[in-house]
Design a protein around this ligand. Structure first.
Ligand code: GDP
Ligand code: MG
Length: 675
């Protein structure tokens, strides 16, 4: 049995999906978080139910990627039941999708979510009337608290068992009257004549043909006779209206019915136009003058918290635990076993030093992601995107890029995928190209190490600057690309601002836990293997003999080739050069490789050595380079996939590395003058 969750963006589908399946898909208080369909299994009274979480959509027109994905699943994979998750505080707009879903003839349950907010506002939503007016089951729920969600699943499973898919009729009792209803019935009757179409949701296709949807016409591939008759029916329908195109006419008909339904089912406590708490907060937060300073201030506070005393103490503690605790213990173990000298290098230096050196930064990563999650869940990040849109639009970019860009603070890979929400292909490619400039979590260990060592007093400020620089370079190169490769008009950006919500501690904990878990898994796999590989490459020469001096190793010879390239940036040492190379696998490995390459036993030991190797200006330039150069392999792979072209992905990597090179060089010279 297959049940699909659909609904507008930000209505709580993923929250519900996670609740039922025990999965932990990304939940965020902004539209456009889920861009792919996700499947999971839920148990209902011993039975397995397949649940599909779909990207949020406002309608079933194929304009953006998420609409295409959703429509594809709903029409072609035809689930047994649909649960339309709607935001109870915004009934009217959410019902616009519901009435279209009814045309699919797949049994439908309306899950009216956010009932807690509806009640808090004092509105009264009459679900029984709603069910009667629509003719489908309606279940009020509060997904985040898990209220009434068992009942919802029961109703859905029940429906799947008792009501079959019947393409002859739309679901529910809504029927359009007037000219639109007549035209719809006519087109439907014509489609029904063709036996090969019998199993398709023909009411849906009839409506799409009225709208003039080219995609639907192509799928149906109608014979000339039927096409001509449908055209005739459409003409008659069009001439019944005084104004408007076909799409607007159909939308109009739908909204008239919806307005009537809302009048019958909802009693609002507040009169329209009265300001809600969210509105009042927004008067300040999105204020034309205050918005940007406030955004920067909030970001600054976050970095000060992450790299301030608390973060540093926790990290130092973790470092000591790993280095002194585990490291010493293993050393003693090896001493007792009379182990050969190279085992110390491999186990203590490479594995414990390298992997442990990265894990040291776990507390800071957790603090940063707690802060970012709070911003996201509260709804502030959506405002940040809105504020940026105003700025970006002025210089000819679309603010829609900014949501994926903000997601890039977490990890480049999902951010690149989130760019699918952009309808305009040129803008989407442009966005993908600049997302890697946004500083992802993996770069944090690099900043923490270098900023902590060289700019201890102003750590927070320096790291804040790195993030800011990343954003500036992203916007700057966006501008450059827009005026060269991707010329074209800017698509208007209409984003709906979700209301402010108190972040739920459970969701927050899960977010942060996922991040921490991901980081530890990466440490145990990628960073572990890289540390071992780096150790091998710097202890063996090209004829695979153990070297007594690292300077004769394979890595040293590669590094010496690269080093002159980096000399103008201030870090022309072979060890630094090959760490940058290793960082392509995962940016954390820049730090773990350095620990191994410089023969430090721990992160703290490396930190003590660094001032003898880098000047502060070189350290600064190194951070800038690591911020901007090509993203890691996994991000590269997703860029290739999303762009559907190796050439574009390589071009992106090259563009970014070149930008990194020149900007780091400039940074080095400026830092040299200032410091
Ligand atoms: P999706 O875009 O439909 O997948 O929606 P999400 O599941 O990502 O949720 C969007 C936002 O709504 C998140 O901030 C959730 O925490 C919040 N949310 C979900 N369900 C409820 C609910 O029942 N009540 C309230 N107040 N918020 C909810
Ligand atoms: Mg979602």
């Amino acid at each position: 049995m297959k049940i699909a969750l659909t609904g507008n963006p930000n209505s709580g589908k993923t929250t519900l999906f996670n609740l039922y399946t025990g999965a932990s898909q990304y939940v965020g208080n902004w539209p456009g978080v889920t861009v792919e369909k996700k499947e999971g299994t839920a148990k209902w009274q011993g039975e397995s139910v397949t649940l599909v979480d779909l990207p949020g959509v406002y309608s079933l027109s194929p304009y953006s990627m998420e609409e295409i994905v959703t429509r594809q699943v709903l029409v072609n994979e035809r689930p047994d039941v649909l649960i339309d998750v709607i935001d109870g505080t915004n009934l009217e707009r959410n019902l616009y999708l519901a009435v279209q879903l009814m045309e699919l003839s797949v049994p439908l349950v309306l899950a009216v979510n956010m009932m807690d907010e509806v009640e808090a506002k004092g509105d009264r939503l009459d679900c029984q009337s709603l069910a009667r007016l629509l003719g489908i089951p309606v279940v009020p729920i509060a997904a985040r608290k898990g209220e009434n969600t068992d009942e919802l699943l029961r109703v859905a499973v029940d429906l799947a068992k008792t009501v079959p898919y019947n393409p002859a009729e739309p679901v529910g009792s809504l029927r359009y009257d007037g000219a639109t209803g007549k035209a719809l019935r006519e087109v439907f009757a014509i489609l029904r004549e063709l036996p090969r179409l019998q199993s398709l949701p023909l009411w849906f296709y009839a409506a799409k043909l009225l709208e003039g949807d080219a995609d639907a016409a192509k799928t149906l591939d109608l014979p000339a006779e039927q096409t001509a008759r449908i055209e005739e029916a459409v003409k008659a329908w069009e001439s019944s209206a005084l104004y408007g195109d076909r799409e607007t006419m159909l939308a109009d008909t739908r909204y008239k019915i919806i307005t009537a339904i809302c009048r019958g089912a909802i009693v609002k406590a507040r009169s329209e136009g009265a300001l809600t708490l969210s509105d009042r907060i927004d008067l300040v937060v999105t204020n034309r003058v205050l918005a940007l300073p406030l955004f920067l201030f909030i970001m600054f506070v976050i970095f000060a918290a992450t790299f301030g005393p608390l973060g540093s103490i926790l990290s130092d503690g973790t470092g000591a635990l790993i280095g002194d605790g585990l490291g010493d213990w293993v050393t003693r173990l090896l001493d007792n076993a009379d182990a050969p000298a190279w085992t110390y290098g491999l186990l203590v230096d490479a594995v414990i030093g390298g992997v442990g050196g990265v894990i040291t930064f776990l507390p800071q990563i957790l603090i940063l992601f707690t802060c970012l999650s709070i911003l996201e869940d509260s709804g502030y990040m959506a405002r940040a995107a809105f504020i940026m849109d105003r700025l970006l639009h002025k210089i000819g970019l679309t603010g829609k890029s900014f949501i994926p860009m903000l997601m890039g603070f977490g990890c480049t890979t999902p951010a690149v995928m989130a760019a699918r929400t952009m309808e305009n292909e040129r803008d989407r490619r442009l966005t993908i190209m600049i997302i890697p400039f946004m500083s992802c979590g993996a770069r944090l260990p690099i900043y923490a190490l270098f900023a902590g060592t060289f700019f201890a007093a102003r750590q927070g400020l320096v790291v804040f600057f790195m993030y800011l620089l990343g954003m500036l370079v992203a916007v700057g190169s966006g501008l450059l690309l827009k005026n060269t490769l991707f010329r074209g008009a800017v698509a208007p950006f209409v984003m709906e601002l979700p209301p402010y919500r108190l972040p739920s501690p459970a969701a927050l904990a899960r977010h942060v836990w996922e991040k921490g878990k991901g980081f530890l898994i990466k440490a145990g796999t990628v960073i572990f293997s890289m540390s071992v590989l780096v150790w091998l490459l710097q202890n063996f020469d090209w004829s695979l003999r153990l070297v007594s001096d690292n300077a004769d190793s394979i890595f040293a010879s590669i590094g010496r080739l690269l080093a002159p390239l980096f000399a103008p940036l201030g870090f022309g040492e072979w060890q630094a050069s090959v760490s940058v190379l290793a960082g392509v696998v995962a940016k954390e490995t820049v730090v773990s490789s350095m620990i191994v390459l410089y023969g430090a036993a721990s992160q703290a030991e490396l930190a003590a050595m660094l001032p003898g190797i880098f000047t502060p200006a070189a350290a600064f330039s190194f951070m800038v380079f690591c911020l901007l150069y090509m993203p890691c392999i996994s991000a590269f792979v997703s860029i290739r996939r999303e762009m559907n072209s190796l050439k574009w992905a390589l071009g992106t990597a090259l563009f970014e590395t070149a930008a990194a090179y020149f900007i780091a060089m400039i940074a080095y010279h400026i830092a040299n003058m200032v410091l």
